[in-house]
Design a protein around this ligand. Structure first.
Ligand code: G6P
Length: 614
């Protein structure tokens, strides 16, 4: 959470940093601020969004700015107000810092600094860190980079930081542990940012800092990377960015979320391109092929994830167990790491994460590795922390997902997980050659079938019109559509703030049925393959209690259509792949309801896309 952007160089630092901050707003958007360096060091900050900061800056008239450092915040320590917004000054006003992460031992450090005469204007852990840096700087009489290094050695927690010094024009100091930090390298200019999106139109040369690394950049003096532990030099590894500007812009859609929903057919193709060779009856996944023996010997697979990625894991549980006949467990990463998990030799952990930065998932795989598990990462963001921490893995190649509510990440995760399961089933011979071929053919059809599902957009908009004032909503599904029900409910609550719950349809009679009356919309996934008759009975139970039924059905269905208030048809596919289609109308329904309620779809309140705190 929190996004940081810094720039030092000749071309308008203020606009570069403000533009970068709006691209990083998905990481947090409850306050924003910027530090500007000319002959003096200025800080402008405000509660609210980057747009509010832009307005505030317009009223100022700074000239000759040669470096700037910005921040968009998702509050951890201290409520989101002007004082707690970053950047924070050190007591003397010489240094300014932006920070993404949490300093866990900030309280004892703060008490120590108070005893040494420091005072604090905010409730943040970050202000403690910049004063610790200043204290080291003054007492040890060292350079700022060295003071940052020494201070960070006293810190417990996670950080990506940027620091500016009033007395060292052009210099930016950055460091990372746990939270991501990329450095963009241009001609006589440098960028630092939480991801590469703020600088992709200026340079494609980037360095992703590793944990415990510190960087010093200066337009004239260049770049130096040091180890936080001992200040020894590190040879930088410069990568060429594959990201393009178009992929992070709205492209004519009103919201990123809608764009990303409509990108799903292409995103799914991008996920299986080069991996699924239907004519050759082959799946090639280097992460699996290179470790086939490990997978074939596995006694159990444990999926670890959070949020929507956890729902993708639940879908995968059905597919893996069905195709591989191997026990699968699905765990919230946060729960896994805070008990004493039993990991046996032969256990494989599959970590699923769109961002590849979710703190709980990252910590959980570190624990799993320490306990001897082999870790396979399924991430979207290339070079992300989880991808790097895993023993091997596969990228989803969904392209940047900017809307906070996850959509194409979910369907591409299911796509890659389906490929993994099918590849392993083939190797284990738990699937016949014919069934394997059928599976590939069905998966190959999915992108065009997703397109068909998207064509129902206008119908779904009118259903949204009828229910956008609802205060509660139930989502029901069975089998591999049960996780889709959970995901549908999550989407609705995230972006429209309507209370929604997902349940296995058969569980309804054990409690939720008590809630049903004529005010209650119930979304039921009732596709033909997969417990159809049972779900039809559940629909009858809802109907007899006057609930309003919105049913997602297989094209041509008549039985459910006769009972439901609304039906949304999706094309037919294999039962295991149905979630790739049944989730589409639920995404659209949530989207249109949220728009009709006037909600900020791409930046729902209190949420952030990348949760880098525990
Ligand atoms: C946040 C996001 C969700 C996401 C979850 C896990 O809560 O708002 O959309 O599903 O984190 O994120 P990950 O990047 O690990 O998939």
């Amino acid at each position: 959470m929190c996004g940081i952007v810094g720039y030092t160089g000749p071309r308008g630092p203020v606009n570069i940093v403000l533009g970068g901050l709006s691209r990083l707003e998905y990481r947090g958007y409850d306050s924003a601020g910027i530090a500007l360096l000319n002959s003096s060091l200025h800080v402008v900050k405000t509660a609210g969004k980057v747009a509010d900061l832009v307005e505030k800056i317009k009223q100022k008239n700074y000239s000759d700015i040669h470096a700037a450092l910005g921040h968009t915040r998702w509050a951890t320590h201290g409520e989101p107000n002007d004082a707690n917004a970053h950047p924070h000054f050190s007591n003397s006003g010489r240094f300014a810092i932006v920070h993404n992460g949490i300093i866990e031992n900030y309280e004892p450090l703060k008490q120590m600094l108070i005893q040494r005469g420091y005072s604090f204007k905010s409730d943040t852990d970050t202000e403690v860190l910049i004063n610790l840096i200043e204290d080291v700087f003054l007492n040890e009489k060292v350079s700022l980079p060295k003071a940052v290094q020494l201070a960070l050695c006293q810190v417990v927690g996670a950080y990506a930081i940027g620091v500016l010094d009033k007395e060292t024009p052009g210099q930016l100091v950055a460091a990372k542990l746990g939270s991501p930090l990329a450095i963009g390298i241009g001609e006589d200019e440098f960028f630092i940012a939480s991801d590469a999106s703020p600088f992709i139109e200026y340079t494609n040369r980037t360095i992703y800092l590793e944990d415990y690394e510190l960087a010093v950049v200066h337009p004239k003096e260049g770049l130096e990377i040091k180890k936080v532990k001992d200040f020894s030099s590190v040879v930088p590894y410069i990568e060429e960015l594959k990201l393009n500007l178009e992929s992070i812009e709205k492209g004519g859609y009103e919201h990123f979320m809608l764009k990303e929903i409509f990108e799903q057919p292409q995103a799914i193709i991008d996920t299986f391109r080069g991996r699924m060779l239907v004519d050759d009856n082959l799946i090639k996944l280097s992460g699996i092929d290179d470790h086939l023996a490990t997978f074939l010997d596995a006694k159990r697979i444990i999926f670890l994830a959070c949020g929507t990625s956890w729902h993708a894991a639940l879908v995968a549980e059905y597919i893996f167990e069905e195709l591989l006949r191997i026990p699968v467990e699905v765990e919230y990463a946060s729960e896994f790491r805070y008990r004493n998990p039993v990991i046996n030799s032969g256990d494989i952990v599959v970590a699923i994460s769109q961002s590849g930065e979710t703190a709980d998932t990252l910590a959980a795989i570190k624990l799993a590795k320490a306990l001897g598990a082999f870790v396979y990462g399924v991430c979207n963001v290339v070079g992300s922390s989880i991808a790097r921490e895993s023993d091997t893995g596969s990228y989803t190649h969904a392209g940047p997902e900017i809307g906070v509510a996850s959509t194409k990440a979910f369907t591409t995760q299911i796509t890659i997980l389906s490929l993994m399961a099918a590849r392993l089933a083939q190797a284990k011979e738990t699937i016949t050659k014919e069934d394997f071929q059928q599976f590939l053919l069905a998966l190959e059809q999915i992108p065009s079938q997703v397109n068909e599902a998207l064509e129902k957009s206008e119908e779904i908009k009118s259903i949204a019109q009828a229910y956008h004032k609802a205060t509660n909503c139930l989502y029901l599904g069975r089998g591999c559509n049960f996780p889709v029900a959970l995901e549908g409910a999550l989407k609705l609550k995230e972006i429209s703030y309507i209370h929604a719950e997902g349940y296995p349809a058969a569980e309804m009679k054990h409690g939720p049925i008590a809630l049903i009356d004529e005010q209650m919309p119930v979304v039921v996934i009732a596709t033909r393959k997969g417990h159809y008759e049972k779900v039809v009975s559940n629909i009858q139970e809802i109907k007899s209690r006057k609930g309003k039924i919105i049913a997602v059905v297989t094209a041509g269905d008549e039985a459910v259509a006769a009972l439901a208030d609304h039906v949304i048809e999706i094309p037919e596919t294999s039962e295991m792949l149905t979630p790739l289609l049944s989730t589409i109308p639920l995404q659209l329904l949530s989207y249109y309801i949220a728009v009709l309620r006037g909600c900020n779809v791409d930046q729902p309140r209190n949420l952030a896309k990348s949760v880098t705190v525990e």
